[in-house]
Design a protein around this ligand. Structure first.
Ligand SMILES: Nc1nc2c(ncn2[C@@H]2O[C@H](COP(=O)(O)O[C@H]3[C@@H](O)[C@H](n4cnc5c(=O)[nH]c(N)nc54)O[C@@H]3COP(=O)(O)O)[C@@H](O)[C@H]2O)c(=O)[nH]1
Length: 903
């Protein structure tokens, strides 16, 4: 049951009151007039007539009253109807003049009216949605559900409910804000709701735009990587602090939000000025000028920044100041790095080009033009293909660039063509430069011209495998060839013979006619020897007056004897050198494989023994090795046994030979050289006992003893003499290969206290050539201890640039065999000069050993050699004597007569 509206109650009550009054008045009239007539009139007939008259009078009066009452009421009704019509008209014109859609919905949610039947934003034409429930007129389900809920809510409680929703209309998406309020019928009962739907699309889009633009700006300010942005409110409290500010000033955002500008990054002396400036900006509109200023980091340090400011007014009409700071320190560092890079680019000895990602040259330095011969203008905008030598295929070159793109880097040796057409070897290193997305944007190609190095390497290769005087193969090359020939001979069941030829009385020719004639004679002899053997045989010069011939694939000893006899015969005809007629003969020692030895070294030893026998027999003869000659072997055994006891018997001592800086004459270090004074055999030279120690394995104990003694000695000198004096210790191949040199050196350094950088290890080239990776690892571990590495006897082995570049070597020690004749032998001088040049290119110190004459020292100094060692400055000497030399501060000749001579 619906409750009655109060207005309905008052209408009923008024009607009841009027009816009641009428009934009361009529009843009183009837009762009172009847009783008065009865009292006044006694005549019944008259009474009846009067009552009739009275009745008609009552009817007449009440009819008149009713007439006036009805007329008044109907006039009232007509006027209120007119008002209602007028109101309705006004309402209709108001409704049609507004853009909002007004719907009338009954309590069940059925649409029963719409004030704008033709509005373009209606989902359906009015006739299609009137009479249908909200959830069947095409509204999104959630919107319809919300509205039906609202109707239920309004049924219970009078209020205004707002619902926001979006509709996809044919003209695009529109946003609406609907306000629902309850509707009552004439009796005041719930009759449904009115829904006023306002199209707020324009506002919505504007808000969206504003939100988007705010978001963009905030994201922009937040994301600026190198501009520190801070925002401050009117009281200079921090309201914005981007990550770049965190990085620049070291304050985290959560640490500073709400704190005041002057309490964070403003140095104390600037605080008052800044607060004033800020206030003036707010009050008078005078902006804080942009400029460079030093601000505080969280750790108190100052950072120079270029600071710009902007004052904006926020949506609440409040001023906010934003500061944009750029780190000037970083900028300057970047500038100086850029300047440095430009200087490196321009002054580099290597050619550098920079290309874009299409490999088109954008820049080239002077060195590039110098190396290739192409002027900058000729190559800008072209790909570097103009360098192609044609020796590498196009595919190979394409692979190089592909690799550079894939891994970011490529380097290797490649042949190039200069503008002149000359092909030259180069070391090319290409590096790809990537953008933030990882895409290559540029390539930097660095080109080093390897021609000079290659030429030196080739020259050195030749020099190290050939005798510079006669251009014959040297012992190294001969050894190689013999080893190859041995492999062949064993397959073919042939023999191989090694002949050691020593010129008889050559010393006399040298001494009497001079070295120049001696040298020319050797050249002539070499040429004549060539005619005595086959092309497949090898003639080599061992140095001095010794030649070694390998006869490969010989049938038997008789064939060898015949060749040896031929050689002696060929020498019988005299030589003419500089108008001098010179007679020569050889003493020849012969060893035959496999009878006399299985390898080159054994065979060589035996040719030596046989050659001495030939000399003993009166010279100009050849001798085959036989076992009787081997009695020397017995002595070797005795020496080896003596050596076993040498340490314990304290027969060993270390002598020191000074090493000199050629430019200043100062002593830079000492080479430790072992001496053995045996109680049985007297003084034995290291040339004799070191090989014995190596053969017997004693070298490990002896080597460690030398190393410890030398390190202790050097540490003593370090404490008493000017610092920096190094001690060089020889490391034998056995120690290097079979021992544990790293542990050995560690022990010696630890026991002596000598800093690693004052110990130099002398190793020979031959130790480096095999198992290069292992050797490299070993050398790197040794370098890690701080020690220096020198290559001893440099020039006599397989000098190869590749190992010199690869291994961490500090010094080249030029072999004394080259130094001895530098003043008179052009070839030796050329070798020494080449080694010094090589050292300079590879940034290695060079030291010459065997410097005996002032002339040697002058030559070496002029060639640019750094250091020297030799009898000119001091022979190997006991430690006490070396200390005297150090005390004097210079190196003059000193005595150590025996050991090196006796060797
Ligand atoms: N593994 C080890 N080898 C050692 C050790 N001690 C010496 N040796 C090696 O024995 C070889 C011969 O040495 P030595 O007889 O001592 O000869 C050295 C010098 O005395 C000699 N020299 C120096 N200056 C001159 C000179 O002006 N003229 C001249 N005729 N000879 C001179 O040269 C030898 C130095 O050689 P190097 O080591 O190549 O610098 C020799 O190979 C020693 O290495 C040892 O403890 N362990």
């Amino acid at each position: 049951m619906c409750p009655q509206h109060p207005q309905a109650i008052s209408v009923n009550a008024s009607a009841a009151i009027v009816a009641g009054i009428y009934a009361l008045v009529a009843a009183l009239w009837i009762a009172l007039s009847d009783s008065a007539l009865a009292t006044l009139v006694s005549n019944t007939e008259q009474l009846v007539q009067l009552q009739m008259l009275k009745g008609w009078l009552f009817v007449g009066i009440t009819a008149v009253l009713l007439f006036f009452l009805m007329r008044w009421r109907l006039t009232q009704l007509a006027s209120s109807q007119q008002t209602v019509l007028e109101d309705e008209g006004r309402l209709q014109s108001i409704l049609s003049s507004i853009d909002d859609l007004v719907f009338v919905i009954d309590p069940d949610g059925t649409l029963i009216d719409c004030a704008q039947p033709n509005a373009p934003t209606l989902l359906l034409p009015m006739e299609q949605f009137l009479g249908r429930r909200l959830d069947s007129v095409g509204l999104p389900a959630d919107v319809a559900a919300k509205m039906l809920d609202a109707i239920e809510q309004l049924r219970r409680k009078p209020e205004v409910i707002s619902i926001d929703y979006a509709l996809d209309l044919p003209q695009g998406r529109h946003w609406f804000e609907s306000r629902l309020s309850r509707l009552l019928d004439g009796e005041g009962a719930f009759a449904g709701v009115t829904a006023v739907a306002r199209d707020v699309s324009a506002r919505h889009r504007a808000e969206d735009k504003l939100r988007d633009s705010e978001l963009s700006f905030r994201t922009l300010l937040e994301g600026l990587p190198n501009i520190a942005v801070q925002g401050y409110d009117r009281e200079r409290r921090i309201i914005f602090w981007n990550p770049a500010s965190e990085r620049l000033y070291g304050f985290r955002r959560d640490e500073v939000l709400g704190r005041k500008l002057e309490d964070t990054i403003i140095p104390p002396e600037l605080r008052t000025v800044l607060v004033d400036q800020h206030q003036r900006w707010l009050d008078e509109g005078v902006p804080i000028p942009a400029g460079e200023i030093a601000l505080c980091r969280s750790d108190g340090s100052l950072v120079p920044v270029y600071s710009s400011h902007a004052l904006i007014v926020n949506s609440r009409d409040e001023p906010e100041m934003f500061c944009l700071d750029v780190d000037m320190g970083k900028l300057r560092q970047a500038e100086s790095e850029l300047r440095l890079a430009a200087r490196v680019f321009e002054s580099s000895a290597e050619g550098i080009i920079i290309t874009d990602c299409e490999r088109l040259v954008l820049a080239a330095n002077d060195a590039f033009s110098r190396i290739t011969g192409f002027a900058r203008d000729e190559i800008l905008g072209k790909t570097p293909d103009f360098l192609a030598s044609g020796l590498q295929s196009k595919d190979y070159v394409a692979d190089i660039w592909r690799e550079a793109v894939r891994t970011g880097h490529w380097q290797g040796e490649i042949s190039n063509r200069r503008r002149s057409g000359e092909v030259f070897p180069g070391w090319l290193a290409i590096t790809a430069v990537h953008d933030d997305a990882g895409q290559p944007t540029h390539f930097i190609a660095i080109l080093a011209d390897l021609s000079e190095r290659k030429a030196i390497e080739a020259r050195l290769q030749h020099l190290t495998h050939h005798d510079p005087l006669t251009n014959l193969p040297n012992r190294l090359l001969l050894r190689d060839r013999v080893e190859q020939a041995l492999a062949f001979a064993s397959r073919e069941r042939r023999r191989l013979a090694l002949l050691l030829l020593d010129l008889d009385h050559f010393k006399e020719i040298n001494d009497s006619l001079g070295h120049a004639i001696g040298d020319r004679l050797l050249i002539a002899i070499a040429a004549r020897l060539g005619s005595c053997v086959r092309d497949t045989d090898t003639i080599s010069r061992q140095g001095g007056d010794e030649f070694l011939i390998a006869l490969s694939s010989v049938k038997d000893s008789a064939a060898v004897a015949s060749i040896a006899a031929n050689i002696l015969q060929a020498m019988e005809a005299p030589f003419t050198v500089d108008d001098q007629t010179l007679a020569c003969s050889f003493s020849i020692g012969i060893a035959v494989w496999p009878e006399d030895g299985k390898d080159f070294d054994t065979l060589l030893l035996k040719t030596d023994t046989a050659m001495y026998k030939a000399k003993e027999s009166g010279r100009n003869a050849y001798r085959f090795f036989n076992e009787h000659m081997n009695t020397d072997g017995r002595r070797r055994l005795q020496l080896q046994n003596g050596l076993r006891l040498a340490i314990e018997r304290e027969e060993l001592s270390v002598h020191y030979q000074p090493q000199i800086d050629l430019a200043s004459g100062a002593i830079t270090g000492a080479e430790a050289l072992l001496r053995w004074t045996s109680r049985e055999f007297g003084e034995i030279g290291p040339n004799i006992f070191i090989p014995l120690a190596e053969q017997s394995g004693l070298i490990h104990a002896i080597g460690e003893w030398v190393l410890l003694a030398a390190c202790h000695q050097a540490e003593l000198w370090r404490q008493h003499y000017p610092p920096g004096l190094t001690v060089a210790v020889n490391l034998s191949a056995q120690q290097f290969r079979r021992g544990d040199p790293v542990a050995l050196i560690k022990r010696a350094l630890a026991a002596s206290g000598l800093p690693g950088e004052l110990l130099e290890l002398e190793i020979t080239e031959s130790m480096l050539i095999s198992e290069a990776d292992e050797v490299l690892g070993m050398l790197q571990r040794l370098k890690a201890l701080g020690v220096r590495l020198a290559i001893d006897d440099f020039g006599t082995g397989y000098s190869s640039l590749s190992y010199l570049q690869r291994f961490p070597i500090d010094k080249l020690k030029i072999d004394q065999s080259f130094v001895r004749h530098i003043a008179r032998n052009n070839d030796d001088a050329a070798i020494v000069d080449t080694i010094v040049q090589l050292g300079r290119i590879l940034k290695l110190t060079t030291i010459a050993e065997g410097v005996e004459e002032l002339q040697h020292a002058s030559f070496l100094r002029a060639a640019g050699c750094n250091e020297a060692q030799g009898y000119l400055f001091g022979k190997p000497m006991p430690a006490a004597q070396f200390a005297e030399l150090l005390a004097r501060g210079d190196a003059t000749t000193a005595a150590d007569d025996s050991p090196s001579q006796s060797s």
